[in-house]
Write a protein that binds this ligand. Structure first.
Ligand SMILES: [Zn+2]
Length: 679
């Protein structure tokens, strides 16, 4: 099979594929024998088996740990003999939630403690010295079962632990924070100080708290590493992470902690909740979270297995095809494989999962091709403005952690999910400022950056909403945007595109959103060179009036677009999609690496190597086939290869040239299928 190789440090020829297995499938002899037999019939599904060491999400007593380790030693040995790499997934170290609390670890250990002092029942504080003794025994018992690897699950976090939304505010954690920062807070005074003006002071304190959380994770990971590698230095440690903003997002330090002095290779498993395929858009949301997480991983990490999970594990809960699309989409977002957690909880015959395994095995060559092509090359394109401590600037008016009425899902919408429509009209997804060709700036996010960082951002290519514009003015950088917010309208308001060149054939087309949800910013022009791309109009076509979208090139050469009307939603019309693609080319000074030129509902990931070759992964996110799909790629190459999910290759030639872009027409892509284009 021909393929362009974009391999950077990764030298693997295949994807890193594994299967996580609950005790129901390995504890009993006949069930384990049946499992190995079934996997043997679908050998391509996974190269590794990760045995879950327990079946509950709260830590279990050490007697239960030792008992499972005794059986696991046999299961691991026999899995290795069958040709698999075999290891253990520690389901609960600190614990995920308080489920099955009566069966959980008991004793005089400090429980995870919330901002109001309330404590969890069965989730523990990683800084409690007594609890560390349990952790040492737990991981030594696992290491003595002779695994190739040990995974730490995503309970290595301080937020969203059942009833404890934000931890850990126990006396030990407060003392460690005070000692590290030269402070003398009590829990109550610290929580009050998080919300005490001036803003710069509260921002610094909040950032210090996020760093404290990151440090606590470094500390417990180092502790685990020492205990495991004392027994066998070759055991690879791996960690699962989800959204870790409250944990300080210091993935590079966490990797170093798990690698230890011997520099043992580390595995990583990015994930987040997409458990059923009843809402397919959530697959894209998960791919976005995974992409952001992967962007933080050092290049030394090659083995990045995205979590594929179908909790609570019912074969009709998520289709086999959806899982295959997930694996490929998450590889496109920067993973190098996948960890399936898809078999049942219980001691039941796994035969009903056979069609699923058969399907996933058949897709394996496509996953391998994607990983071989991409390596760890990072995608380029459109990235949200973001940094590792972005959470510190959330709730700038106060109540940062002090209220249970600030649901995390609202935070995720504001920080992560706001560009989801952008990523379904054929603009390429990127996940960091280093690979951003255009940056998206939303809401209060400017507050997460200092003045030089914002000046730098505004000297490049930025698309922002009205709230971000207002924040930039408050920070004294308004003149770089060309506009100000002159007022807000929250009703009786639609948008009409002007006859500006960038609107092309969409000039005169209108768009109606819901201004009561996204109030419309009335834009005031600060400079004669600003251009107006849209104005407010009534739905009946009357009263074309104030500007609600415009562009500006500032003195630093930076190009800025301000969208006051429905900046992030209602983008699925041909006129709006056309405008945004032409706009993003303009914003980037025609450095945008590519985009889907035709009017299709697709997601796109682009990678470029130093020889100018491009690998593009296209995902059709519509239930209609994407026919006559045209993609514009910034390249001088005039021919390419398209490979579909069956690994069928088609050679294509350029349709026409458009400035620095070559247009290629792809063979039809079936609904919710992917194709790889290499040019
Ligand atoms: Zn604590």
């Amino acid at each position: 099979m021909k393929s362009v190789s974009f391999i950077k440090p990764l030298t693997a020829e295949t994807a890193f594929m594994s299967l996580r297995v609950w005790p129901g499938q390995w504890l009993k002899e006949d069930r384990f024998t049946g499992l190995l037999y079934m996997l043997g019939r679908h050998r391509a599904v996974a190269d590794e088996i990760a045995f879950q060491n327990a079946c509950t999400l709260s830590p279990v007593p050490i007697t239960a740990i030792r008992e499972s380790a005794r059986v696991l030693r046999d299961r691991i040995m026999r899995s290795k003999a069958a040709g698999y790499r075999a290891g253990i997934n520690v389901v609960a170290t600190l614990g995920h939630n308080d489920e099955y609390a009566p069966d959980a670890l008991q004793g005089d250990f400090t429980r995870m403690t919330d901002v109001d002092g309330s404590r969890s029942t069965a989730i523990f504080c990683s800084n409690d010295v007594a609890f560390r003794d349990y952790v040492a025994e737990l991981y030594r018992a696992m290491a003595e079962a002779d695994p190739d690897f040990i995974w730490i699950d995503d309970d290595m976090r301080f937020n969203s632990h059942g009833t404890v939304r934000f931890g850990c505010f126990c006396d030990t954690c407060i003392r460690l924070f005070n000692e590290a920062n030269g402070l003398s807070h009590t829990r109550e005074s610290l929580v009050t100080a998080f919300d005490a003006p001036p803003f710069d002071g509260m921002l610094n304190l909040r950032r210090a708290w996020l760093t404290h959380n990151a440090n606590s994770i470094v500390s417990i990971l180092s502790f685990i590493e020492r205990n495991v590698h004392l027994i066998k230095p070759e055991i690879q440690l791996g960690q699962m992470t989800t959204q870790n903003d409250y944990d300080g997002n210091e993935l590079d330090r966490w990797v170093a902690a798990l690698s230890g002095e011997a520099g043992t290779a580390v595995k990583w498993r990015p994930g987040s909740g997409f458990w059923s395929d009843e809402i397919m858009r959530n697959l894209l949301s998960k791919s976005h979270h995974i992409g952001m997480s992967n962007s933080m991983l050092p290049e030394t990490v090659s083995d990045i297995q995205s979590e594929i999970e179908s909790w609570p594990y019912q074969p009709l809960g998520k289709s086999a095809h959806t899982m295959a699309v997930e694996v490929a989409a998450y590889i496109a977002a920067g993973s190098t494989g996948a960890a399936y957690n898809i078999l049942g909880f219980f001691d039941e015959s796994p035969e009903e999962y056979e069609p699923l395994l058969q399907h996933l095995a058949a897709r394996r060559p496509f996953f391998d091709l994607l990983v071989k092509t991409q390596g760890r090359c990072k995608p380029v394109g459109v990235s949200p403005a973001w940094n590792r401590k972005v959470m510190a600037s959330n709730h700038p008016q106060g109540k940062w952690l002090g209220t249970r009425e600030s649901p995390y899902c609202e935070y995720n919408r504001a920080i992560y999910d706001f560009p989801m429509e952008f990523l379904q009209i054929g603009l390429p997804s990127a996940y960091s400022s280093a690979t951003a060709e255009v940056t998206l700036l939303a809401g209060d996010t400017p507050l997460a950056f200092d003045r030089p960082e914002l000046e730098d951002m505004l000297s490049r290519s930025v698309y922002m909403d009205g709230r971000a514009l207002a924040r930039i003015h408050e920070m004294g950088l308004g003149e770089l945007t060309g506009f100000k917010v002159a007022g807000w309208v929250d009703r009786d308001c639609a948008e009409i595109l002007t006859d500006d060149l960038l609107n092309g054939t969409g000039a005169g087309r209108s768009r109606e959103s819901a201004p009561r949800i996204w109030p419309c910013a009335i834009l005031g022009q600060l400079d004669d060179s600003t251009r107006i791309l849209a104005r407010k109009i009534k739905r009946n076509g009357a009263d074309c009036s104030f500007p609600c979208m415009g562009i500006y090139e500032n003195a630093s050469g930076g190009r800025v677009a301000v969208a006051g009307y429905a900046p992030w939603t209602t983008l699925y019309t041909s006129a709006k999609a056309l405008q945004l693609k032409r706009l993003f080319r303009w914003l980037s000074h025609d450095t945008l690496s590519g985009y889907v030129d035709s009017f299709h509902k697709v997601s796109l990931w682009l990678r470029r190597d130093e020889n100018g070759r491009i690998a593009a992964v296209v995902l059709n996110v519509s239930q209609d086939a994407a026919e006559e799909l045209v993609i514009s790629i910034r390249t001088k190459n005039t021919g390419g290869t398209v490979t579909n999910m069956n690994c069928k290759e088609t050679s294509i030639s350029v349709l026409e040239q458009d400035g620095p872009y070559m247009k290629f027409q792809l063979p039809a892509i079936a609904p919710w299928h992917l194709a790889l284009l290499t040019v």
